[in-house]
Design a protein around this ligand. Sequence first.
Ligand code: FE2
Length: 268
Amino acid sequence: MIDVHCHLLPKIDDGSTSAEQSINQMRIMAAGGVTDAFLTTHYMSGVYHYERADYDAKLALMRGLAKNYGVEINLHPGFEVYLNSHILEDITSQKLTLGSSHYVLLESDLNGLDPDFYNDIYPLLRQGFRPVLAHAERYVSIMSKISKARELIEHDVYLQVNSGSLLGQYGEKVRQTAWLLVRNGWAHLLGSDDHGRSPYGSYFQAIDLLREDLDEQAVDLLTKDFPQMVLHDQIIPLKYVYFQHSHSHSHSHSHSRSRKNLWERIFG
Ligand SMILES: [Fe+2]
């Protein structure tokens, strides 16, 4: 599995407060099958502001520590960029993308996406960046009107869901919204958004719940295949369809047939 969203680069934002804390979490991640993680530090003008070179130096340090402690996990650079009208400049000059891809993890005002949201997104799209909205289920405008998520996808915005949201860690409304996104096939990536303090096990717990609810391969899309495509800077399909368990009639025959259809639909 690849965690596309976590704050485990220590002492740079509101995430992990020490290298020890990060190593502890990474040990749990690796033991549970997380092979790769993007360390998506907040980047917000005036609040979390740093030079890319400083970030890279900290990342190199963290990679060395993980190696020294025998924690087998590939750490990739990443940023959770707070969207504003002049952010393109920083994204370009500081290379605030996920790994070396064109995907940019973005956050905005949770109390409702800024009315200028699309105006801020369009310049990124025009430059070939692929915006990913972090924890899409936590935005009031999406919670109150789920079709807003579809609208975002139609505007070429990818949606990332937090594992904790699926477990109800941000409240019932967020939980319901997260499940709607996942079940509708409107979620592209799953992330822990771990800040170093919560038990990382909830990421695996959420994945177990997903496996009960969705086809195994659908879970792989969110946790392995699509993140892998981010790593390799391949284009994730904005629209995809997968099989959802029908609890009333779950014949293994229809199951395997649907699996085949899934891949035909996406890559066929
Ligand atoms: Fe985050």
